[in-house]
Design a binder for this molecule. Structure first.
Ligand code: B12
Length: 209
Protein backbone atom coordinates (compact mmCIF):
# COMPACT_ATOMS: atom_id res chain seq x y z
CA UNK A 1 0.00 0.00 0.00
CA UNK A 2 1.22 3.48 -0.84
CA UNK A 3 2.19 5.58 2.19
CA UNK A 4 0.09 8.47 0.93
CA UNK A 5 -0.04 10.38 4.21
CA UNK A 6 3.75 10.57 4.43
CA UNK A 7 4.08 11.83 0.86
CA UNK A 8 1.29 14.37 1.31
CA UNK A 9 2.89 15.63 4.53
CA UNK A 10 6.31 15.96 2.86
CA UNK A 11 4.73 17.98 0.04
CA UNK A 12 2.88 20.19 2.51
CA UNK A 13 6.11 21.05 4.35
CA UNK A 14 7.94 21.46 1.02
CA UNK A 15 10.64 18.88 1.78
CA UNK A 16 11.90 17.93 -1.68
CA UNK A 17 14.52 15.44 -0.45
CA UNK A 18 11.92 13.59 1.58
CA UNK A 19 9.44 13.49 -1.32
CA UNK A 20 12.20 12.09 -3.54
CA UNK A 21 13.10 9.38 -1.02
CA UNK A 22 9.49 8.42 -0.30
CA UNK A 23 8.62 8.27 -4.02
CA UNK A 24 11.64 6.08 -4.69
CA UNK A 25 10.67 3.78 -1.82
CA UNK A 26 7.22 3.28 -3.36
CA UNK A 27 8.73 2.50 -6.76
CA UNK A 28 11.11 -0.01 -5.15
CA UNK A 29 8.16 -1.59 -3.34
CA UNK A 30 6.62 -2.20 -6.75
CA UNK A 31 3.84 0.40 -6.57
CA UNK A 32 2.65 1.76 -9.92
CA UNK A 33 3.99 5.18 -10.92
CA UNK A 34 0.57 6.45 -11.98
CA UNK A 35 -0.89 5.59 -8.60
CA UNK A 36 1.98 7.17 -6.68
CA UNK A 37 1.40 10.27 -8.79
CA UNK A 38 -2.35 10.38 -8.12
CA UNK A 39 -2.57 9.20 -4.53
CA UNK A 40 0.64 10.86 -3.33
CA UNK A 41 1.90 13.79 -5.38
CA UNK A 42 -1.33 15.15 -6.86
CA UNK A 43 -3.21 14.52 -3.58
CA UNK A 44 -0.48 16.51 -1.83
CA UNK A 45 -0.83 19.44 -4.24
CA UNK A 46 -4.62 19.31 -3.85
CA UNK A 47 -4.16 19.73 -0.08
CA UNK A 48 -1.78 22.61 -0.77
CA UNK A 49 -4.51 24.22 -2.86
CA UNK A 50 -7.06 23.81 -0.07
CA UNK A 51 -4.70 25.35 2.46
CA UNK A 52 -3.86 28.18 0.05
CA UNK A 53 -7.55 28.90 -0.38
CA UNK A 54 -8.07 28.88 3.40
CA UNK A 55 -5.09 31.27 3.70
CA UNK A 56 -3.21 28.75 5.80
CA UNK A 57 -0.41 28.64 3.22
CA UNK A 58 1.10 31.50 1.25
CA UNK A 59 3.02 31.86 -2.02
CA UNK A 60 6.57 31.14 -0.73
CA UNK A 61 5.38 27.92 0.96
CA UNK A 62 3.31 26.94 -2.08
CA UNK A 63 6.42 27.36 -4.24
CA UNK A 64 8.36 25.05 -1.92
CA UNK A 65 5.56 22.50 -2.14
CA UNK A 66 5.55 22.82 -5.93
CA UNK A 67 9.31 22.19 -5.94
CA UNK A 68 8.85 19.17 -3.68
CA UNK A 69 6.20 17.78 -6.01
CA UNK A 70 8.47 18.28 -9.01
CA UNK A 71 11.21 16.30 -7.20
CA UNK A 72 8.78 13.39 -6.94
CA UNK A 73 7.73 13.78 -10.57
CA UNK A 74 11.39 13.55 -11.64
CA UNK A 75 11.64 10.18 -9.86
CA UNK A 76 8.47 8.92 -11.54
CA UNK A 77 9.30 10.26 -15.01
CA UNK A 78 11.07 7.18 -16.42
CA UNK A 79 8.32 4.94 -15.04
CA UNK A 80 5.45 6.90 -16.54
CA UNK A 81 6.28 6.26 -20.15
CA UNK A 82 3.41 4.47 -21.79
CA UNK A 83 3.80 1.82 -24.44
CA UNK A 84 1.18 3.54 -26.52
CA UNK A 85 3.24 4.88 -29.41
CA UNK A 86 0.77 3.95 -32.12
CA UNK A 87 0.09 7.49 -33.34
CA UNK A 88 2.84 10.06 -33.65
CA UNK A 89 2.80 13.74 -34.43
CA UNK A 90 3.93 17.16 -33.30
CA UNK A 91 2.40 18.85 -30.29
CA UNK A 92 2.88 22.50 -29.37
CA UNK A 93 2.02 23.12 -25.72
CA UNK A 94 2.11 26.06 -23.33
CA UNK A 95 0.47 27.86 -20.44
CA UNK A 96 -1.46 30.91 -21.63
CA UNK A 97 -0.55 34.56 -21.13
CA UNK A 98 -0.63 35.86 -17.57
CA UNK A 99 -0.44 32.37 -16.10
CA UNK A 100 2.69 30.96 -14.46
CA UNK A 101 1.34 27.56 -13.39
CA UNK A 102 3.24 24.79 -15.14
CA UNK A 103 3.23 21.65 -12.99
CA UNK A 104 0.15 20.18 -14.69
CA UNK A 105 1.29 21.26 -18.15
CA UNK A 106 4.67 19.61 -17.56
CA UNK A 107 2.97 16.37 -16.54
CA UNK A 108 0.86 16.43 -19.69
CA UNK A 109 3.99 17.09 -21.75
CA UNK A 110 5.81 14.20 -20.12
CA UNK A 111 3.06 11.69 -20.85
CA UNK A 112 2.55 12.92 -24.41
CA UNK A 113 6.28 12.54 -25.05
CA UNK A 114 6.14 9.11 -23.46
CA UNK A 115 3.43 8.19 -25.94
CA UNK A 116 5.77 8.91 -28.83
CA UNK A 117 4.88 12.47 -29.81
CA UNK A 118 7.36 15.26 -30.39
CA UNK A 119 6.50 18.09 -28.00
CA UNK A 120 7.45 21.74 -28.44
CA UNK A 121 7.02 23.28 -25.00
CA UNK A 122 6.62 27.06 -25.07
CA UNK A 123 6.66 27.32 -21.27
CA UNK A 124 4.43 29.65 -19.28
CA UNK A 125 2.93 33.09 -19.86
CA UNK A 126 2.79 32.42 -23.61
CA UNK A 127 1.10 35.17 -25.58
CA UNK A 128 -1.00 34.44 -28.64
CA UNK A 129 1.49 35.33 -31.37
CA UNK A 130 4.04 32.88 -29.95
CA UNK A 131 1.44 30.09 -30.05
CA UNK A 132 0.55 30.95 -33.64
CA UNK A 133 4.17 31.19 -34.75
CA UNK A 134 5.02 27.86 -33.13
CA UNK A 135 2.04 26.11 -34.73
CA UNK A 136 3.00 27.52 -38.15
CA UNK A 137 6.73 26.95 -37.94
CA UNK A 138 6.42 23.40 -36.64
CA UNK A 139 3.43 22.47 -38.75
CA UNK A 140 1.93 21.15 -35.51
CA UNK A 141 -0.75 18.47 -35.46
CA UNK A 142 -1.93 19.41 -31.98
CA UNK A 143 -2.00 22.60 -29.94
CA UNK A 144 -2.33 22.09 -26.18
CA UNK A 145 -3.14 25.03 -23.93
CA UNK A 146 -3.13 25.09 -20.15
CA UNK A 147 -4.74 27.64 -17.81
CA UNK A 148 -5.02 27.43 -14.02
CA UNK A 149 -6.67 30.76 -13.36
CA UNK A 150 -10.22 31.76 -14.15
CA UNK A 151 -8.79 35.11 -15.23
CA UNK A 152 -6.45 33.55 -17.82
CA UNK A 153 -8.87 30.98 -19.27
CA UNK A 154 -10.34 33.49 -21.77
CA UNK A 155 -6.92 33.74 -23.46
CA UNK A 156 -7.60 30.30 -24.91
CA UNK A 157 -10.53 31.67 -26.87
CA UNK A 158 -8.49 34.67 -27.99
CA UNK A 159 -5.83 32.31 -29.35
CA UNK A 160 -8.40 30.16 -31.18
CA UNK A 161 -9.87 33.29 -32.77
CA UNK A 162 -6.37 34.43 -33.78
CA UNK A 163 -5.68 31.04 -35.38
CA UNK A 164 -8.89 31.45 -37.40
CA UNK A 165 -7.83 34.91 -38.47
CA UNK A 166 -4.44 33.57 -39.53
CA UNK A 167 -6.28 30.95 -41.63
CA UNK A 168 -4.69 27.97 -39.86
CA UNK A 169 -7.37 26.95 -37.37
CA UNK A 170 -8.35 23.88 -39.37
CA UNK A 171 -4.78 22.66 -39.75
CA UNK A 172 -4.38 21.92 -36.07
CA UNK A 173 -6.41 20.09 -33.41
CA UNK A 174 -6.77 22.03 -30.20
CA UNK A 175 -6.90 20.46 -26.75
CA UNK A 176 -7.32 22.50 -23.59
CA UNK A 177 -6.95 21.73 -19.90
CA UNK A 178 -6.20 23.03 -16.43
CA UNK A 179 -8.11 22.94 -13.15
CA UNK A 180 -10.83 25.54 -13.96
CA UNK A 181 -11.35 24.34 -17.55
CA UNK A 182 -14.31 22.07 -18.33
CA UNK A 183 -15.61 20.07 -21.26
CA UNK A 184 -18.40 22.64 -21.70
CA UNK A 185 -15.93 25.50 -21.72
CA UNK A 186 -13.79 23.73 -24.31
CA UNK A 187 -16.83 23.37 -26.57
CA UNK A 188 -17.95 26.94 -25.97
CA UNK A 189 -14.61 28.40 -27.12
CA UNK A 190 -14.35 26.08 -30.13
CA UNK A 191 -11.55 23.76 -28.98
CA UNK A 192 -11.53 20.22 -30.38
CA UNK A 193 -11.05 18.49 -27.06
CA UNK A 194 -10.65 18.76 -23.31
CA UNK A 195 -8.44 16.67 -21.07
CA UNK A 196 -9.14 16.58 -17.33
CA UNK A 197 -5.75 15.09 -16.51
CA UNK A 198 -2.45 14.05 -18.03
CA UNK A 199 -3.42 10.43 -18.64
CA UNK A 200 -6.60 11.32 -20.47
CA UNK A 201 -4.71 13.92 -22.54
CA UNK A 202 -2.85 11.12 -24.33
CA UNK A 203 -6.06 9.14 -24.92
CA UNK A 204 -7.90 12.20 -26.19
CA UNK A 205 -5.07 13.20 -28.52
CA UNK A 206 -4.95 9.70 -29.98
CA UNK A 207 -8.69 9.82 -30.53
CA UNK A 208 -8.84 13.22 -32.27
CA UNK A 209 -5.90 12.68 -34.60
C1 B12 B 1 1.23 25.42 -7.20
C2 B12 B 1 0.30 26.59 -7.33
C3 B12 B 1 0.87 27.86 -7.56
C4 B12 B 1 2.36 28.06 -7.82
C5 B12 B 1 2.67 27.62 -9.28
C6 B12 B 1 4.05 26.99 -9.42
C7 B12 B 1 4.22 26.32 -10.76
N1 B12 B 1 5.46 26.25 -11.18
O1 B12 B 1 3.28 25.88 -11.41
C8 B12 B 1 2.52 29.60 -7.57
C9 B12 B 1 2.93 29.84 -6.15
C10 B12 B 1 3.50 30.31 -8.51
C11 B12 B 1 1.07 30.07 -7.75
C12 B12 B 1 0.76 31.40 -7.99
C13 B12 B 1 -0.54 31.88 -8.06
N2 B12 B 1 -1.67 31.18 -7.86
CO1 B12 B 1 -1.70 29.28 -7.75
N3 B12 B 1 -1.96 27.43 -7.29
C14 B12 B 1 -1.12 26.44 -7.18
C15 B12 B 1 -1.90 25.18 -6.74
C16 B12 B 1 -1.72 25.04 -5.24
C17 B12 B 1 -1.53 23.86 -7.40
C18 B12 B 1 -1.57 23.83 -8.92
C19 B12 B 1 -0.92 22.53 -9.38
O2 B12 B 1 0.24 22.52 -9.74
N4 B12 B 1 -1.66 21.41 -9.28
C20 B12 B 1 -1.15 20.08 -9.56
C21 B12 B 1 -1.28 19.76 -11.06
C22 B12 B 1 -0.79 18.33 -11.32
O3 B12 B 1 -2.63 19.83 -11.43
P1 B12 B 1 -3.20 20.79 -12.60
O4 B12 B 1 -2.33 21.97 -12.73
O5 B12 B 1 -4.64 21.00 -12.40
O6 B12 B 1 -2.97 19.94 -13.93
C23 B12 B 1 -3.67 18.75 -14.24
C24 B12 B 1 -4.96 18.98 -15.02
O7 B12 B 1 -5.56 20.23 -14.78
C25 B12 B 1 -4.59 18.75 -16.44
N5 B12 B 1 -4.03 19.84 -17.26
C26 B12 B 1 -3.35 20.94 -16.90
N6 B12 B 1 -2.98 21.63 -17.98
C27 B12 B 1 -3.40 20.96 -19.06
C28 B12 B 1 -3.28 21.21 -20.42
C29 B12 B 1 -3.82 20.32 -21.34
C30 B12 B 1 -3.68 20.58 -22.79
C31 B12 B 1 -4.53 19.16 -20.88
C32 B12 B 1 -5.15 18.24 -21.84
C33 B12 B 1 -4.66 18.91 -19.50
C34 B12 B 1 -4.09 19.80 -18.61
O8 B12 B 1 -3.61 17.74 -16.36
C35 B12 B 1 -2.78 18.00 -15.23
C36 B12 B 1 -2.19 16.71 -14.72
O9 B12 B 1 -3.16 15.76 -14.37
C37 B12 B 1 -3.37 25.58 -7.16
C38 B12 B 1 -4.49 24.87 -6.38
C39 B12 B 1 -5.00 23.62 -7.10
N7 B12 B 1 -5.29 22.63 -6.33
O10 B12 B 1 -5.13 23.60 -8.31
C40 B12 B 1 -3.33 27.08 -6.95
C41 B12 B 1 -4.30 27.96 -7.74
C42 B12 B 1 -4.43 27.50 -9.18
N8 B12 B 1 -3.62 29.33 -7.72
C43 B12 B 1 -4.46 30.26 -7.53
C44 B12 B 1 -4.07 31.63 -7.44
C45 B12 B 1 -5.18 32.61 -7.09
C46 B12 B 1 -2.75 32.04 -7.67
C47 B12 B 1 -2.21 33.48 -7.65
C48 B12 B 1 -3.10 34.52 -8.35
C49 B12 B 1 -1.96 33.84 -6.18
C50 B12 B 1 -1.55 35.27 -5.89
N9 B12 B 1 -2.39 35.93 -5.14
O11 B12 B 1 -0.55 35.72 -6.37
C51 B12 B 1 -0.83 33.33 -8.33
C52 B12 B 1 -0.93 33.58 -9.85
C53 B12 B 1 0.41 33.54 -10.52
C54 B12 B 1 0.25 33.54 -12.02
N10 B12 B 1 0.26 34.71 -12.65
O12 B12 B 1 0.08 32.50 -12.62
C55 B12 B 1 -5.90 29.78 -7.44
C56 B12 B 1 -6.71 30.06 -8.71
C57 B12 B 1 -8.10 30.54 -8.41
C58 B12 B 1 -8.87 30.82 -9.66
N11 B12 B 1 -10.09 30.33 -9.65
O13 B12 B 1 -8.44 31.41 -10.59
C59 B12 B 1 -5.72 28.27 -7.06
C60 B12 B 1 -6.85 27.36 -7.55
C61 B12 B 1 -5.59 28.21 -5.52
C62 B12 B 1 -6.85 28.59 -4.78
N12 B12 B 1 -7.64 27.61 -4.42
O14 B12 B 1 -7.10 29.73 -4.54
N13 B12 B 1 0.21 29.09 -7.63
Amino acid sequence: MIETEKIIEAILIGDDDKVKVLTLEEINKGERAGEIMREGLIAGMTKVGEQMEAEEMFIPEVLMSARAMSAGVEVLKPHLKTEDAAVRGKVVIGTVEGDLHDIGKNLVKMLIEGAGFEVIDLGTNVEKDRFIKAVQENNADILGMSALLTTTMPSMQVIIEALKKAGIRDQVKIIVGGAPVTEEYAQEIGADAYGPDAGSAVRVINSIL
